[in-house]
Design a binder for this molecule. Structure first.
Ligand code: HPA
Length: 274
């Protein structure tokens, strides 16, 4: 079946659950599910019910679409996302973004956990992504291009929406919250990096590294869907002083910083007007 038909079927299934005119889509990253719990949910749909949606494989990604009111707006949050290291194709990873666009969301907000190579960006702090480097294998736009979805060669000179970044920065300043700005590099994982790799990633111009987000951002740009992404810094990756880090540590740190991330995004959604 054509991708365009799969998108329409998935969107129709969701709309039939009485989901109308969602304004903002949110993709929640590893260890960052709480924002989903703040939504006054009207509808919750498990991914496995939705036609053509991939299934989550790892237990801390619960795999739910939550629709409801957050800060006075109609939002759809995707709790549980898909990663290349789980073996999904780039098309599968980005399918939910296609469906959000089809459902009519006007903006997309993405969160993730990331390791910092920049000594000024500390564990537990937040960074809004200004630009990225894609080191994941494959590209979600490879293969047939559907002109109704977007152009063959999408521009990536401003992959992250400037006015969303500005608004998030203003709100963070108001809240007295540290919000760095920087470059995110995406790798496939699932292993964390070696010292030599962290040195290399810093050298090519990245501030933080993670295993997600970039495929979704490429598809958001292809779809002309304005997108902003915020990283929670969960570990410090100084190659001269590298300590072992476990995924459990990463999730624990994400959980602690989540309070700040949640209030930043909540305020943003409350204040934004289209
Ligand atoms: N590397 C890759 N992905 C990550 C890291 C990291 O250090 N921390 C959190 N996600």
């Amino acid at each position: 079946m054509e991708l365009t038909d799969q998108i329409k079927q998935a969107a129709a299934y969701i709309q039939n659950k009485k989901i109308s005119e969602p304004q903002i889509g949110i993709i929640l990253g590893t260890g960052i599910g709480k924002l989903g719990d703040k939504i006054q949910a009207d509808v919750i749909i498990n991914y496995e019910e939705i036609p053509h949606f991939p299934l989550s494989t790892i237990e801390f990604h619960s795999g739910k679409l939550i629709y409801g009111n957050l800060g006075g707006k109609k939002v759809i949050a995707l709790q549980g996302r898909f990663h290349a290291y789980e073996g999904y194709t780039m098309q599968q990873i980005t399918f939910p973004v296609r469906v959000l666009k089809q459902l009519g969301v006007r903006e997309l907000i993405i969160t993730n956990a990331a390791g910092s190579m920049n000594p000024a960006m500390k564990k537990g702090e937040l960074m809004v992504i200004e630009d990225h480097i894609n080191l994941q294998p494959g590209n979600p736009l490879a293969g047939k291009n559907y002109n109704e979805l977007g152009s063959r060669f999408p521009d990536m000179s401003k992959p992250y929406n400037h006015s969303m970044i500005q608004k998030l920065s203003d709100i963070a300043a108001h809240m007295n919250l540290t919000l760095h700005k920087g470059v995110y590099v995406s790798v496939q994982g699932p292993n964390l990096e070696t010292k030599a790799e962290y040195r290399y990633l810093r050298m090519i111009g990245a501030d933080v590294v993670g295993m997600s987000t970039v495929p979704e951002v490429i598809v958001a740009n292809h779809s002309s869907l304005p997108v902003a992404a915020i990283s929670v810094i969960t570990d410090e990756c100084d190659p001269e002083n590298l300590k072992p880090v476990s995924i459990a540590d990463i999730i624990e740190t994400a959980g602690k910083a989540e309070v700040f991330l949640t209030s930043l995004i909540y305020k943003y959604i409350e204040e934004v007007n289209f």
